[in-house]
Ligand binder design. Structure first.
Ligand code: NDP
Length: 607
């Protein structure tokens, strides 16, 4: 392909950008629902129906213990990657009095709860699994399966001695700042009243599952579960598949996001009949998994993981592509931008958008290559920009629709499943009788802060943090909040947007939090509060100015709805943008490093 023109013609491209833009807009309009985020049911500890999908833990025996009324230097809420990395970096910084409070029965967080068949990391494991060098571990596969990742969480727990003070099967019910004592009071569902000088909120973005609020959802008399509470007692088999318990069962799965793409192949293989209810298709790129080369692993040099994470971030965000990521699905767009730019002279207007069309045309082409029935293939094609929704990667999902026992039920015309009855699901005016419904309906990732965090938090003067955030999240560095001393919001939506590799972003924050807490201790500071000016400065100068690089998540004005854009709600989308740092993880690291190097703890009022 070569052109001297500043506009690349459809003949050269092999597709018509204008026609695609119109198709994308039509697909988006078809899916916009007035009830937006309200279409989902909020799971609650108080509701017998929804609590079944939240607090019940199919993976461990219930624990009985007396309430704790004690004091710690640091309490970390959450024992997934965010909490573990924060605790590990605190231990490295010499702060050993750290207690992790975790709702699951062990460490792992999302990798504790998500044990559905086929669960796997979508970022290459060498960049995604935290603390590989520190723990001396190299993953067995380029993309690890969930059980290896879960085991790695336990390895981290042992390596940093995090088990000794941790409490499991415990849900935090309230955080309250005790001004007289300069301490946080952490209350839990077990009657605990733990005090802590510092609290790190490490609940992560996918800690609370959600159900679609389909009329009749509570009426179903068959079996049902959410993908993050997979019931192997019912399905048989395990994370590697072999769901023999489903051999005589008709199963429905609602949702076709990243989770469903990974577990549908095992359901298709195990169930007598599988109905996949799809409202919006995911983009499904190739997986290309491979075993780790032992020679390569043996010759890794100190500092290799941080270097690799940095290179992954650069390649994903439009920078140079290291050969390690030359065939990684996350760099397909960058590769297309580079390729198109190399064939044109001068700056082509809208080049990134044209590269996105090309990327999605390639991904839609994979559907045609795999799915035999052209009508089904057409329904499985995603018509939106690649990062309007979370891209997915799987080598078995599309092929599942060639099985005679698997039916794709397209519910886009009615903006979702119409109703649930005692016997099954109503879609397109027809009742599908089923034995089991699997909800692959996602998590409270970007819904309102209160709903997402699920913990009442009261700071100085008894003020609720959600009141403080009424018009969008207010922080300094995405980490500390004015009026909420010694509270660190590790992970969360902010890091989710730094780049595709969440584990890298949270480690950047973990190191920074460890430095700050250790420095406050050395200086004998009891309470550190972000000043109002510092919070304002961060919002105005950093978040509301334009950053470079690609930004994850699509605007509700142009993208099909989903959790990336608060189901298409423009105002909420703008508010949530305050949690994002669009310049990417490299710039964020530099900014935090500069703050630490200055050594002034700038923006903090110290007491
Ligand atoms: P998502 O929120 O991405 O998907 C929910 C699905 O449910 C969507 O397909 C949605 O359709 C569908 N849905 C919701 N309501 C209805 C309805 N009323 N009728 C029919 N369908 C409905 O959840 P996932 O659990 O798939 O993924 C959540 C996130 O977790 C991912 O985006 C990713 O960040 C993370 N994840 C990471 C993995 C990894 O790294 N390996 C693996 C799995 C998940 P619609 O799109 O139309 O809204």
């Amino acid at each position: 392909m070569a052109t001297n023109d500043r506009v690349i013609s459809p003949e050269v491209l092999g597709f018509d950008p204008d026609a695609l833009a119109q198709r994308y807009a039509a697909e988006r309009d078809k899916r916009i629902r007035a009830d937006a985020e309200a279409q989902f049911v909020q799971l609650s500890h108080d509701s017998p129906f929804t609590n079944k999908y939240l607090e019940e833990d199919p993976y461990c025996k219930p624990l009985d213990r007396a309430p704790l009324k004690d004091q710690r230097e640091v309490i970390v809420i959450g024992g997934g990657w965010v909490g573990m990395l924060t605790a590990a970096r605190l231990v490295e910084a010499g702060i050993a009095d750290v207690r992790i409070v975790e709702s699951g029965g062990d460490f792992g967080g999302t990798w504790y709860w998500n044990r559905y068949p086929g669960a796997q990391c979508d970022i290459e494991s060498y960049s995604y699994l935290p603390l590989l060098e520190e723990t001396g571990y190299v993953p067995k596969l380029r993309f690890s399966y969930a059980s290896e990742i879960y085991e790695h969480a336990q390895r981290i727990g042992r390596h940093f001695d995090l088990y000794k003070d941790a409490v499991f099967q415990t849900w935090v019910t309230e955080l309250r700042w005790l001004e007289d004592e300069s301490m946080w009071l952490v209350a839990t569902n077990r009657g605990d009243e733990m005090r802590a000088r510092h609290v790190c909120l490490g609940t992560g973005p996918a800690n609370r599952p959600r159900l679609p609020g389909i009329p009749g959802v509570e009426k179903f008399k068959g079996h049902s579960f959410h993908t993050c509470r997979w019931d192997y007692d019912y399905t048989g088999g395990g994370p590697d598949g072999g769901l023999t318990g489903l051999a005589d069962k008709t199963v429905a799965i609602i949702g076709t996001g990243a989770t469903a793409v990974q577990c549908v192949p095992a359901l298709g293989e195990g169930a007598k009949q599988l109905y996949v209810f799809q409202r919006t298709p995911s983009s499904v790129d190739v997986r290309n998994n491979a075993e780790t080369d032992p020679e390569w692993a043996k010759n890794l040099k100190p500092g290799w993981q941080k270097e690799r994470q940095k290179k992954f971030g650069e390649a994903f965000l439009g920078g140079p592509i290291d050969p390690a990521f030359a065939d990684d699905g996350w760099t397909r767009l960058t590769r297309n931008v580079t390729e198109l730019a190399s064939h044109t002279e001068g700056k082509v207007p809208g080049l990134v958008q044209i590269a996105d069309f090309k990327t999605m045309e390639e991904i839609r082409g994979l559907v045609d290559d795999t799915v035999q029935d052209p009508e089904i293939a057409e329904k499985l094609k995603a018509y939106y920009n690649q990062f309007c929704k979370r891209p997915t990667f799987n080598d078995f999902y599309l092929d599942t629709f060639n099985r005679p026992n698997v039916e794709l039920v397209d519910v886009s015309a009615t903006q979702g499943v119409e109703a649930i009855t005692e016997n099954g699901i109503i879609a397109n005016g027809k009742e599908y009788a089923v034995d089991c419904i699997v909800y692959a309906s996602g998590f409270e990732i970007t819904s309102s802060y209160e709903r997402r965090l699920g913990i009442p938090i009261f700071g100085a003067g008894g003020k609720s943090i959600y009141e403080h955030w009424q018009e969008g999240m207010r922080t300094m560095h995405g980490l500390m909040v004015s009026g909420f001393p010694n509270l660190f919001l590790c992970g969360g939506g902010f890091v989710f947007q730094l780049g595709a590799n969440y584990a890298h972003g949270i480690d950047v924050q973990a190191g920074h939090v460890a430095y700050t807490i250790s420095e406050l201790g050395k200086r004998g500071v009891k309470a550190a509060n972000v000043s109002v000016t510092a919070e304002e400065h961060w919002i105005a100068d950093q978040l509301e100015t334009k950053g470079g690089g690609f930004v994850l998540g699509g605007s509700p004005d142009t993208c099909t709805p989903g959790y990336y854009n608060q189901e298409g709600t423009t105002q909420r989308y703008r508010n949530v943008r305050r949690e994002t740092y669009s310049k990417g993880v490299g710039a964020y690291m530099k900014l935090l490093r500069q703050w630490r190097d200055d050594g002034e703890l700038e923006g903090l009022e110290l007491n």
